[in-house]
Design a protein around this ligand. Structure first.
Ligand SMILES: *Cc1c(COP(=O)(O)O)cnc(C)c1O
Length: 375
């Protein structure tokens, strides 16, 4: 057996090598490196997949969040609610625009934003909620949509980690993550459910006006050539990346199937391992296992021992956003969000990717079990 990898992008590439190489060569042959026809085509194909009317491709998922805030017309001083157990992007994009990130705690079992913490954070300055679908499954959207409606707040789904995940409404209607909020953001960083060969991102929305604004903002706020209607930025998806993404999007169902299969295999293998709490799937969500994050005591010691036994793991996330130095100016203190703080000391992401085999997963779990029993 080869060494176990946290991700295996090369193995995934080899299976589609001919198609990808040809797609790349086509872009080089036409030299339409910026705004080539593949970019728009990919946008339409992603819109079809997500079930949203419009997709605006952009340079990365962090830009997508910034563009979303701008398209919604948020102004300096406006407050944006978001989970503290999260990647930094939504806080950073908000702060750069002079918006105020307002953190809330998360659910201990699903790691997603705790809707019960939102209402108490709403002030007259609150304008939007970023719902991050963490690790591959959608957050509990319906109560959040209800709060948003009551207080006239905008909802942004951050789908960076959960493309292909779904949310099931009480009437049985199932919608894909990224088709529900007012405007939603995607990342095609290589390790995401749909990853390119560099940076890439997109926004999805059903609102024509927001789609138009997002597109304009991503192109320097330009309407007619050299006529700037809004303050924008330069955030384009490279044609090369779009060409690669088109090939990979054709395979997305099989990628998701592999991830879901691997996630369920871990669930089964870990069921009887002492000290390990497996990730819980929300009843209303389809979990696509972009990450497989367990909780356990003695996490740091176990991580170290796994490493010496050749099993790579990662920490998502070692510190909540409200306790990061960069966001100290917001005035949060240790103890403000006890669940997120506890999770940061307990979580451990096990290797999971589209190429992982059941044998590799057995080795991961057997090694983990052996280490736990030896402590
Ligand atoms: C990866 C990620 C982003 C940002 O994506 P980039 O393309 O790396 O800018 C945003 N939000 C979450 C939750 C992410 O995991």
């Amino acid at each position: 057996m080869d060494a176990i990898k946290m991700v295996d992008l090369h193995g995934q590439y080899l299976k589609i090598k001919d198609e990808v190489d040809q797609a790349i060569q086509e872009v080089i042959d036409t030299t339409a490196f910026i705004n080539g026809k593949q970019v728009e085509a990919f946008g339409h194909e992603l819109a079809d997949f997500v079930g949203a009317k419009y997709v605006v491709p952009c340079a990365n998922g962090t830009d997508a969040l910034q563009i979303a805030f701008q398209a919604l017309g948020l102004q300096p001083g406006d407050e944006v609610i978001m989970p503290t157990f999260n990647y930094v992007a939504s806080a950073e994009a908000a702060a750069l625009l002079g918006l105020i990130p307002v953190f809330v705690d998360v659910h201990e079992d699903t790691y997603n934003i705790n809707e019960n913490g939102i209402r108490e954070k709403i002030t007259s300055a609150t304008k939007a909620i970023v719902v991050v679908h963490l690790f591959g499954q959608s957050a509990n959207l319906l109560p959040i949509l209800e709060i948003a409606k009551e207080y006239k707040l905008k909802v942004i789904e951050d789908v960076a980690q959960s493309l292909g995940s779904t949310y099931t409404f009480p009437d049985g209607e199932i919608k894909k993550a990224g088709s529900i909020g007012d405007i939603n953001t995607h990342s095609f960083f290589p390790t995401k459910n749909l990853g390119c060969f560099g940076d890439g991102g997109a926004l999805s929305t059903n609102d024509e006006d927001l789609a138009r604004k997002a597109l304009m903002i991503s192109r320097h706020g330009q309407g007619q050539k050299y006529a700037y209607e809004m303050i924008g930025c330069n955030s384009r998806l490279d044609t090369l990346q779009a060409a690669i993404l088109r090939v990979k999007l054709r395979n997305i169902d099989s990628y998701l199937k592999s991830r879901v299969g691997a996630g369920r295999t871990y669930n089964r293998l870990l069921a009887d391992v002492p000290n390990v709490k497996a990730p819980v799937q929300n009843e209303t969500s389809y979990h696509t296992y972009n990450q497989y994050v367990i909780r356990l005591e003695n996490r740091d010691k176990i991580k170290e021992k796994l490493k010496t036994e050749g099993i790579p793991t990662m920490l998502y996330y070692p510190s909540p956003l409200h306790l990061q130095k960069a966001y100290a100016y917001l005035g949060y203190r240790p103890g403000d969000f006890p669940v997120a703080e506890k999770l940061c000391s307990e979580v451990l992401a096990l290797p999971i990717h589209t190429e992982i085999t059941a044998q590799e997963q057995e080795l991961v779990v057997n090694t983990l079990t052996k280490i736990i029993k030896s402590l």
